[in-house]
Design a protein around this ligand. Sequence first.
Ligand code: C2E
Ligand code: CA
Ligand code: CA
Length: 402
Amino acid sequence: MTDPKNAKKLLILDDEEEIAKILGEIAEDCGFSVSLTHTAPDFLNKVDVSFDCVILDLMIPGMDGVDVIRSLSEKEVHPDVILISGADRRTLHSAETLAGEYGLNIVAVMEKPIRVSDIRGILAAMIEKEAKDSSSRAKAGGGGKEGPVFTKEELLDGIHSNQFILYYQPKFDLKTGKVEGFESLVRWNHPKLGLVFPDSFLPLMEKETSILNLMTEKIIDLALDETRIWKANGGSLRVAVNVSPVTLTELDFPERILSKIKNKNIPQSQFQMEITETSFLENIRFTQDILTRLRIRGIGLSIDDFGTGYSSLKQLHRFPFTELKIDKSFVMDSPRDRESLFICQASIDLGHKLGMNVVAEGIETAEVERLMKEAGCDVGQGYYYSRPIPPEKIPEILSKFG
Ligand code: C2E
Ligand code: CA
Ligand code: CA
């Protein structure tokens, strides 16, 4: 069996000694080396970098689970965390989110009573994953996830030398299974770093509106050009671009966009903008003015990441959106979290009542697709169908799912 020197170490905190003992036995069975504690102070005292994993009961007398989560996050230890509790699901979900905010790596959340097969499955998967990770670490030589930081000059230089390119992700009609359009997603084809994803440069650009405006205009041109090419055999498919509302402050924006669309001979109704609000809008009247004019001219407007951040009911009411995209966090969680599924269902019903098309993004499995279909969602998008692809691959997708 496992060599005890190399075994993964697990620390269990549960005031119910009998439960701690059973969990410990299951974990040892899976190959962990296990220590048990029954009080929060003892747990915080014992936990150190040598532990790969901890199981935390959130309801322990004396100190509540949230205190333990916070105290754990303040220590320089980074174990994988499994939360268990007799609290109701919503409380548990809130504790999970909070633990994530505090930087803890939550691998599972379990409601009591815990099923032996569930916890065994999770622990066994962790042992298996560790084995895989250590072999791929050996192959790839590690590497952190922290993205690079860019200067204004680098961003401008990249824009002027056309290094910002578009990938396209298909959106599928859930009734017919056919492609109904493509969403364009920006990438920076960086000469030294290779393909850089938007989360590494968009937040920076949003602080420098003039740079973001420049990039937006460029990629709209690019999307229209590339659309024209594949539309030759793609019929009436729609193309969507993402637009940050920060750029929607120049009152001549609609005219500029409309003349671009006209020049490329693309029907207005086949051009769509996805709007994600990442910050509070200062010039809300301008934004409303611009979006209304775009809509009057027939451009489709999509409210992106609905249900998160500033993408709220208020915005839904205020702006003339034609499409609602449920945020992928709800979609992805829907099979294992009832509340997320309810939120998807409610968003779909609300969208339909308001006469909108509803899109579920972040569909990664057949099960999620089924849930979204059953909930009456119109359009699906996600890795289950296709990752974002470079434009030259569009014909391939169209011949497969045309
Ligand atoms: P978004 O508009 O919500 O785009 C969806 C993001 O989720 C994309 O990430 C996409 O690659 C990813 N995604 C799609 N399907 C799945 C799935 O099944 N599972 C998972 N885990 N992820 C999936 P990406 O391309 O990194 O874009 C991130 C965000 O950057 C976008 O979120 C959008 O808000 C912004 N963005 C992208 N392109 C542009 C652009 O041209 N202009 C502006 N202003 N923002 C953009
Ligand atoms: Ca989007
Ligand atoms: Ca989204």
